[in-house]
Ligand binder design. Sequence first.
Ligand code: CP
Length: 316
Amino acid sequence: MSSKEFTWNRKHLIGLRELSREEIEYIFDTAQGFEQMSTRSVKKAPTLRGKVVVNLFFEDSTRTRNSFTLAANRLSADVIEFTQKSSSVNKGETLLDTAKNLEAMGIDIVVIRHSAGGAPKFLSRNINACVVNAGDGFCEHPTQGLLDTFTIRKIKGSLEGLKIAIVGDIAHSRVARSDIYAMTKLGAEVILVGPPTLMPAKINQLPVQVSYSLDSVIGQVDVINMLRIQFERMGANPFPSIKEYSHYFGLTVERMKKAKKDILVMHPGPINRGVEIESEVADGANSVILQQVTNGLAVRMAVLFLVNQAAMTKET
Ligand code: CP
């Protein structure tokens, strides 16, 4: 089926696990339209005029929050910026009461980031507004998965037959999960690389290969996505020292000598320079890290546009 014939009917974006290849490609086709708009002198469209988007962030963010804010602004929506640190959550208010009170002000789309896996799904079942997951616990970060996959498709033309390594802290990474779902649905082969202590339980349920040696994988792959070690989500250290981790799993200039000449180097950010990636590689010729951020804007505009369109269709 051509994605042109496809009708989007989801008013929530909770994860990429439940999305079909056609749905992912439809988001990409929509994002391409918004990309073209961003090259015009007038970068705004009236698509969401009169709509209210709330960024409901219970965890820190630079890229995702600001990208959603700019995406909503470009579509002419009003945006409410909620931050837990300065909210009545600190007086004991629950997530649902918080969302229902914001909904009473007339919001249309909630973009939520929360440390609890399942929080976006829970909200989608209990409020009327559209819900977009901006990262929940270890579960999913769907717009990151979309923008990563969109970036690869844009540069390589297609993901069909590509080999992609996702390296590092897979166990705590919602990005890894969303990447795996999107990239494999579009035809790529994904290899997870890292120490056994940073691999998730039930890894055999994911459509991936696993390697514990970056040196044996790096020469085979077309794309390498380096993940940050999420110390904030861990109890004990999963390896003896950061130096040792970097020695075996860091993307260094030396290790890049074994890579394909046209390998794409990706990172969702924030980067811990000198831990999972050396600065010379993060800022080097193969790096598409900032292109990922740029592409995130068009992808998030597409997501906000599509969920709102589905909500309006359901109302009629
Ligand atoms: N990639 C990502 O989610 O970055 P932020 O935490 O800055 O939003």
